[in-house]
Design a protein around this ligand. Structure first.
Ligand code: XIL
Length: 299
């Protein structure tokens, strides 16, 4: 096959990218993105600060731009993200307790009503676990509303749109032996055992070159999938774009039947949130890098 999307489709998977509304006027960008990918995640446009800049006043202009571009190019969309400690509008940052809990519920209902029936996945909750090696929750204003905030978010989301797949998304949960991975795994197992609605786990997969690539990534994908959820690689980028790392990640997804697809976090290195790491599949001039060929050959 000659594109990432077509190659991934051979096994029933998608190959996606983050798309930024502000770049849709750049024809070099849209030419590559329109050709190669079959799934789109809005990089910032569906986050809380973008969609509810003032409490109770929703703004879907950026989100709709990305959504419409994706649909016009035959692509599906992963919504990102409804409840997160980061990129909260100022009004939400200053809330706490039951007022914040209700604001979270209202936010989920307001955004999901607008996109009801349109999206393939929603990252309902993003990055709720701590990096401190405890395997516990991250401290945040949302966490301080009570430990049940995540399940309330998922139950609210299911009721708001019963047809979209609901995901928990996080970083540094790729290594099976990490306490953070175990913490997320235990939450998903608990949710499945109690009937809390969750359909998928997104592993962001922001890799550094200095970190040894985790040879147990496939084990992590398999273990989450065995709980009865889909898994996806949702924000892949690799410092230095090692072709070997990219091929390994691709092969790990292909080895797990419930790994539904791979999304890279941007098109060209110059589009990346970590552009200094040149972590993507296309260079700043839009040329295919060795990592591109490694992924295409692995698919
Ligand atoms: C990043 C975007 O790429 C940047 O443009 C923005 O300034 C900050 O957020 N984890 C996530 C993504 O879930 O939403 C983040 O995206 C990268 C880390």
């Amino acid at each position: 096959e000659s594109t990432l999307g077509a190659a991934a489709a051979q096994s029933g998977r998608y190959f996606g990218t983050a798309i930024a509304a502000g770049r849709l006027g750049d024809s070099a960008y849209t030419t590559i993105a329109g050709r190669e990918f079959t799934m789109v995640t809005p990089e910032n446009e569906m986050k809380i600060d973008a969609t509810e800049p003032q409490q109770g006043q929703f703004n879907f202009s950026g989100g709709d731009q990305v959504y419409n571009w994706a649909v016009q190019h035959g692509m599906r969309v992963r919504g990102h993200t409804l409840a997160w400690h980061n990129q909260q509008p100022g009004w939400m940052q200053s809330l706490s307790g039951s007022a914040l809990r209700q604001a979270m519920i209202n936010h989920i209902n307001g955004v999901m009503a607008h996109y009801k029936g349109k999206l393939a996945y929603w990252d309902v909750v993003n990055e709720a676990f701590a990096d401190d090696g405890s395997g516990g929750r991250r401290d945040s204003n949302l966490q301080r509303t009570g430990n049940d905030w995540i399940e309330v978010a998922f139950r609210t989301a299911r009721a708001a749109d019963p047809n979209v797949k609901l995901c928990y998304n996080d970083y540094n949960i790729e290594n099976w032996n990490a306490a953070k991975t175990q913490g997320v795994y235990n939450m998903v197992r608990d949710f499945k055992s109690r009937g809390v609605p969750i359909d998928c786990v997104g592993l962001q997969s922001h890799f550094n070159s200095g970190d040894p690539y985790n040879s147990n990534f496939r084990t992590t994908l398999q273990n989450f999938a065995a709980l009865g959820v889909d898994v996806a690689i949702t924000e892949l980028d690799v410092q230095g774009a090692s072709p070997t790392t990219y091929a390994n990640v691709t092969n790990d997804c292909l080895a797990v039947s419930r790994c539904v697809g791979i999304t890279v976090w941007g098109v060209r290195d110059s589009d990346s949130w970590r552009s200094g790491d040149t972590p993507l599949l296309f260079d700043g001039n839009g040329n295919k890098k060795p990592a591109y060929t490694a992924v295409l050959n692995a698919l």
